[in-house]
Ligand binder design. Structure first.
Ligand code: ADE
Length: 230
């Protein structure tokens, strides 16, 4: 089996590469991919760069070029739900693109014909994440994640995304990765640790907590890999 572990930024995959220690680096399509053996399976790891376009390219490459059969995303997010604080973990049940807008034609936000508003994540891995959380003594919230090509640092925009998509957290890659995996029939799991509250202080909070929250998420994702291999 080959498992992809993906982040958007170097900080999001650094803890994973550090844990693995040894890996092979391959350059492909203007990005670096890291391959390693881990407990008898092959891993391919990469950060995509920020946003929906780069994350689409990386997820597709991991599946179509490197042959990944499952994909786990690790990274940080801005909180919408009041119950999510910096460092808390959220597992996506389903994801939507908050900046996809053809409402002028009478469609809901996030919808395009022959697509849907939401893409659902793999239920088996969501179930597994409950066990992992129990094993680790951690609390993990499940919820809806909204994705867009926009760093949200504005209470009004955040609240609009929250009410329009019933979203609990927002970030910039999850929904595009979800679309790729869904289309290519690859089970996927999107985990995020909160770095900020997507409000006027978001950029400062993000800079302060990116690394520590990324570590929280990466540790959990590696435990997910362990659980998949059990
Ligand atoms: N990722 C982490 N925080 C974010 C924010 N406020 N907006 C978009 N993506 C994020």
């Amino acid at each position: 089996m080959k498992i992809a572990i993906m982040g958007a930024m170097p900080e999001e995959i650094a803890p994973i590469l550090q844990k693995l220690g040894e890996y092979k680096t391959t350059e492909y399509a203007k990005n670096k991919y890291y391959e390693a053996s881990y407990k008898g399976v092959e891993l391919v790891i990469a950060y995509s760069k920020i946003g929906k376009v780069f994350s689409t390219l990386t997820a597709t490459t991991m599946i179509e070029h490197f042959g990944a059969q499952k994909l786990l995303f690790s990274g940080v997010a801005g909180a919408i739900s009041e119950t999510l604080k910096v460092g808390d973990l959220i597992v996506a049940t389903k994801l939507s693109q908050h900046d996809l807008d053809i409402t002028a034609f009478g469609h809901p936000f996030g919808y395009v014909p022959e697509g849907g508003v939401f893409v659902e994540a793999d239920k088996a891995m969501i179930e597994m994440s409950k066990e992992v959380a129990r094993d680790m003594g951690k609390t993990v919230q499940e919820g809806i994640i909204a994705t867009g090509d926009q760093f949200v640092a504005n209470e009004e925009r955040k609240n609009w995304i929250g009410s329009t998509f019933n979203a609990d957290a927002l970030e910039m890659e999850g929904a595009s990765v979800a679309v790729v995996c869904d289309a290519l029939n690859v089970p996927f799991f999107i985990l995020r640790a909160i770095s900020d509250a997507a409000d006027m202080d978001a950029s400062f909070s993000f800079d302060e907590f990116l690394e520590t929250s990324a570590v929280e998420s990466a540790e959990f994702v590696m435990k997910m890999v362990d659980k998949i291999l059990e």
